[in-house]
Design a protein around this ligand. Structure first.
Ligand code: BES
Ligand code: MN
Ligand code: ZN
Length: 498
């Protein structure tokens, strides 16, 4: 993995394979952002001119290379675009994306120095995190030499002299970035290697490593405990389900958060089989559980003064002679009955069990994260997750939290009239399907039924942003993205600080 450090050396004297600077679109053409003063000087003040000649405009996503002449130890300068030039500091997200583009462009290099605007601790952290996330690559199944290695070492050049804050900022970015990259690895791992059992084992190992309490319920315990949702989904697979509890506690905590993740390690649709073209990426259907797992470990590594319990609802949704049929009725954990009308609406079944179980421990808030519905992708596209809640204030708070860490989200309603479609047509308390219109909200309303009285609950439907099927952009690679991790961690940080 890419090593990250901070240095207050001058960009001119630092030995590296490349020196990264920021450029932006000014009203009178290209401008060079702060942090690159030594580079501007080495080019006799003509750096903006030279870069313009090479075609640089400062647009976001742009990366322009130029060789250095004298005055700089690094042989190469890489100018990355920050978008529109701004006075008084760039947005953290612009810095994260620019650093991400730089790290991706410099794959294969041993060492790169980032001379981007980085004065405040927040800016330093953004540059460091963008760099670490941008250097991610998933090489598990590729032969040696089949692609460029990620950049070996990233040095963030910080303006603050010897500042403790700068070091702490880079350490924070390292903890968060490494856990996000670990979540990406889990999402990208082929579903013949990552199943409920192996995922649970990985959580157990992480628990040992970081001193977190991990409890795993296997299929026997789930059957005995009456977890009809998890069992109903997992019963058709040769890889039986698991419910994992991973708990971080802090002695000074004044609040307890429960994070619940959908962990379908493969979603074939079950007997309501998905057609070809809809199942190739369904290894990503455990992205919610991966996000929750990463967030709990990150909370521990950051030492947040809050208790965070992660619940990973793990199952594989497969068709077989033992699989749940459309028409079957499941008795869920807690006693509610659900008629399964479509076995492809499985996420809500495993989550319902986990939400009831999480509620038994009386947390202050439950937040579930799930690649739950195609309808949410139709509504919000590939980069934005939907936020629903049984409390408007909590919904708006999570939306604001996401915005503050650079994750795109949008608040969605839970209209009461959509509930009818799930209750009127069934022989059970509830069906797992309702009206087709507003399918993402129907799924949210289903989950809401399982939240204990008096508990604030929010639901993040990350079906769009969890898995990037397009080309890489900013610090986001192709494949698993680790969507919602930063939102969960910031939410925990804010709770700890409040
Ligand atoms: N895992 C899917 C949702 C999904 C779709 C995730 C696209 C990521 C990308 C979920 O289990 C599912 O199949 N949902 C159905 C629900 C329907 C049967 C009510 C859907 O959205 O079509
Ligand atoms: Mn499904
Ligand atoms: Zn699914």
């Amino acid at each position: 993995m890419t090593a990250l450090s901070v240095s207050t050396s001058s960009a001119a004297t630092l030995r590296a394979d490349a020196l990264v600077i920021g450029v932006a679109k000014g009203s009178k053409g290209l401008v060079v952002a702060s942090g690159a003063e030594a580079v501007t000087e080495a080019f006799d003040g003509k750096l903006a001119e030279v870069l313009t000649t090479l075609g640089a405009t400062g647009a976001e996503g742009e990366a322009v290379k130029l060789p250095t002449t004298s005055g700089l130890k690094a042989p190469l300068v890489l100018a990355v675009g920050l978008g529109e030039a701004v006075e008084g500091g760039y947005e953290a997200e612009a810095l994260r994306r620019a650093a991400g583009v730089a790290a991706r462009t410099l794959a294969g290099a041993k060492k790169a120095a980032l001379a981007l605007p980085a004065e405040s601790a927040e800016e330093i952290e953004a540059v460091a995190l963008g760099g670490l996330l941008g250097s991610y690559s998933f090489g598990t199944y590729k032969g040696a030499g089949s692609g460029k290695e990620p950049v070996g070492e990233l040095v963030v050049l910080a303006a603050r002299k010897g500042s403790k804050d700068a070091k702490a900022a880079v350490e924070r970015a390292t903890a968060l970035g490494e856990e996000m990259n670990r979540a990406r690895d889990l999402i990208n791992t082929a579903p013949n290697d990552l199943n409920p059992k192996s995922f649970a084992a990985i959580a157990q190992a992480a628990g040992k490593e970081h001193g977190l309490k991990v409890e795993v319920l296997d299929e026997k315990a789930l059957t005995k405990g009456g977890f009809g949702g998890l069992m109903g989904v997992g019963v058709g697979s040769a890889n039986p389900p698991r419910l994992v509890k991973i708990a971080y506690t802090h002695p000074k905590a004044r609040a307890t958060l429960a994070f619940v993740g959908k962990g379908i390690t493969y979603d074939s649709g079950g007997i309501s089989l998905k057609p070809a073209g809809h199942n190739e990426t369904m290894k990503c259907d455990m992205s919610g559980a991966a996000a929750v797992f990463a967030a709990v470990v990150a909370a521990k590594r950051l030492g947040l003064a809050v208790n965070v319990t992660g619940w990973l609802a793990l199952a594989e949704n497969m068709p077989s002679g033992s699989a749940t049929r459309p028409g079957d009725v499941l008795r869920m954990y807690g006693g509610k009955t659900v008629e399964v009308l479509n076995t492809d609406a499985e996420g809500r079944l495993v989550l319902a069990d986990a939400i009831v179980r999480a509620g038994e421990e009386n947390p202050d808030v439950i937040v579930d994260v799930a690649t739950l519905t195609g309808a949410m992708v139709l509504a919000l596209g590939n980069r934005t997750f939907g936020v629903m809640a049984n409390d408007d204030e909590l919904r708006d708070r999570l939306h604001a939290t996401a915005g503050a860490v650079g994750e795109q989200s949008w608040p969605m309603p839970l209209p009461a009239e959509l509930r009818k479609g799930m209750t009127d047509t069934t022989v059970a308390d509830l069906a797992n399907m309702g009206e087709r219109m507003g399918g993402g909200l129907v799924a949210g309303l289903f989950l809401k039924e399982f939240v204990a009285e008096g508990i604030d609950w929010a639901h993040l439907d990350i079906a769009g942003p969890a898995f990037n099927e397009g080309g890489p952009f900013g610090y986001t690679p192709k494949g698993g993205t680790a969507s919602a991790v930063r939102t969960l961690v910031r939410f925990a940080e804010d709770t700890a600080g409040a």
